[in-house]
Ligand binder design. Structure first.
Ligand SMILES: [Zn+2]
Length: 265
């Protein structure tokens, strides 16, 4: 029997088939929980919020089911964006006390390398130095040093400044970056090849040149890193854990096989 994959799920969700919603709960609810903890630590334990998110995700017309991603990681990036959109519509996060825009970042961080830029962007996404170092396979002290230098550079470039503005502006910066896509922006394949070590020297140079001047691509790259990291640590839900959510989404209980029925209590 052919293995059911993320691509089959996307097709089934688009068609509104139960198999798609069932797989979404079993395989991606754990990822959604991980991301909720990351972005909404105070709300991640709210079981009703999780149910509202799942019910909103059960909409065949959502763009994430129209996508044709080349890998699961690309699709989970879309799922992540949809999750943040749903949670923000449910109850919007507070705006930053002092806003930062991409121009200010570009000016303040002009001399920073593309590795430093990712360290800093992952700070806007709320990743502590230790997790960032694990995600990028580099050492924690390099992350901390780059972030300290960024704080100082911002302090010098801004009329009003206080420590921690990068994290406070995370959501706003991510929205600004998402909408700033340009004609020369890199395809998702570029980030995946870089993470997976399949990149050629000439491509590497081209990508680095672009990443030095484009926050849209730094953001997209960091989101792929985030998803790659999140998928490493999660396990699918056991049937008993998934059952209440399947019921919530109207997925019928699977028919028990003869042996299962014999041994069922
Ligand atoms: Zn770009």
């Amino acid at each position: 029997m052919a293995i059911y994959t993320c691509h089959d799920m996307i097709r089934d969700c688009r068609a509104g088939n139960h198999a798609g919603w069932s797989y979404l709960v079993t395989y991606y609810l754990p990822v959604l929980r991980t991301l909720l903890h990351q972005y909404y630590a105070g709300r991640a334990g709210d079981e009703q919020l999780i149910e509202r998110v799942l019910l909103k995700l059960k909409s065949p017309q959502l763009p994430l089911y129209a996508a044709n991603p080349s890998t699961e990681r690309e699709w989970v990036c879309l799922l992540r964006q949809e999750l943040l959109r749903i949670v923000e519509l449910d109850k919007a996060s507070d705006a930053a006390s002092i806003p930062i825009d991409l121009e200010t970042l570009t000016q303040a961080l002009e001399p920073f390398t593309i590795i430093d830029r990712q360290f800093i962007w992952l700070e806007t996404m709320g990743y502590k130095a230790e997790s960032t170092a694990l995600m990028m396979n580099l050492d924690t002290s390099s992350v901390t040093r780059a972030r300290e230098r960024a704080e100082e550079a911002l302090r010098q470039h801004m009329d009003h400044w206080r420590r921690g503005l990068l994290l406070e502006n995370g959501l706003a910066l991510s929205l600004l970056a998402e909408t700033s896509r340009g004609a020369n922006c890199l395809p998702a394949r570029a980030y995946l090849d870089t993470i997976d070590g399949r990149i050629t020297w000439s491509h590497k140079k081209d990508y680095e040149f672009h990443l030095r001047q484009c926050w849209h691509c730094v953001d997209a790259f960091c989101r792929i890193r985030e998803v790659d990291f999140a998928l490493r640590g999660v396990k699918p839900l056991a049937e008993a854990e998934a059952r209440p959510y399947h019921k919530l989404l109207g997925v019928p209980e699977p028919k028990k096989g003869l042996l299962q029925a014999l041994f069922a209590r």
